[in-house]
Design a protein around this ligand. Structure first.
Ligand SMILES: [Zn+2]
Length: 119
């Protein structure tokens, strides 16, 4: 079990956040085994936004900002694809270059190898 990381989670008044013994109940941060926002760390979109509003700038400054454009080149434009609609029975797995639009067939093993990022 873990707590929602939203800094204002306890301020959203919902029944499930109202905890504690009768006569001494308080609204509390949500606690769950899993969450679906903020990479599994926030209980709702509101808590995700609250986290980013408070910590987003600090996180960008800490991990480094993009200060010049990242460029799509023929070398880093490769992505893996699988054909779902395949009436001509072509090789189901292939490399696709987003810049040059070149396609190269690959094996299922290559497709499933996460360290293989270009042909
Ligand atoms: Zn929350």
């Amino acid at each position: 079990m873990k707590y929602c990381q939203g800094p204002h989670c306890h301020k959203y008044k919902t029944k499930d956040r109202l905890r504690g013994p009768k006569g001494n109940k308080t609204y509390q941060t949500r606690r769950r085994s899993s969450f679906h926002y903020l990479g599994g760390n926030a209980c709702s979109m509101a808590c995700e936004r609250d986290w980013f509003d408070k910590f987003g700038t600090m996180a960008l400054d800490h991990f480094g900002r993009i200060v010049e454009p990242i460029k799509l080149t023929a070398d880093n434009a490769w992505m893996k694809h699988e054909r779902y609609y395949n009436p001509d029975n072509e090789a189901p797995y292939y490399w696709y270059n987003r810049l040059t639009e070149q396609e190269i067939s690959m094996t299922e093993q290559q497709y499933n190898n996460p360290s293989l990022v270009r042909p």
